[in-house]
Ligand binder design. Sequence first.
Ligand SMILES: [Zn+2]
Ligand SMILES: [Zn+2]
Length: 146
Amino acid sequence: MQIFQDILAFFQSEFFKFVIYLFLYFIVVIWLSFVYWTYRDANQRGTNGLLWALVVFIFNFFGLLIYLILRPSEYVQDVMERELEIETKESLMNLQILKCPACGNDVEKDFFICPYCRKKLKNSCPKCGKPLQLNWSICPFCKTPL
Ligand SMILES: [Zn+2]
Ligand SMILES: [Zn+2]
């Protein structure tokens, strides 16, 4: 049967070896790029990039799957940006406290009461008498719970 001999010859040919090597080469390239991607992604998410890269290197697709399930859902940069945003909002709120929320007149930071409309602005600590924000649950100056 000539056809079997032809097929056999094909599998033994240099061309077939070349195709196999090319295939293996692509597998390795994809594998290594998975490892590299995991390393970078894990570092960006604030976990141990080297450790996860090793996991993907050893377990390959299975390791990548584990990483995708277990990785932190947020980038470190996002978390930092959100914290910065909260800080900005808090400092804005601190600035707003300098205006009376009821009448809008300027009040000073340690006023207990608005001198214009008599709105209560601060509580005074029962122990040390320092001005406390209305929503504080403990005096930050003398540690008295309120
Ligand atoms: Zn007022
Ligand atoms: Zn106090």
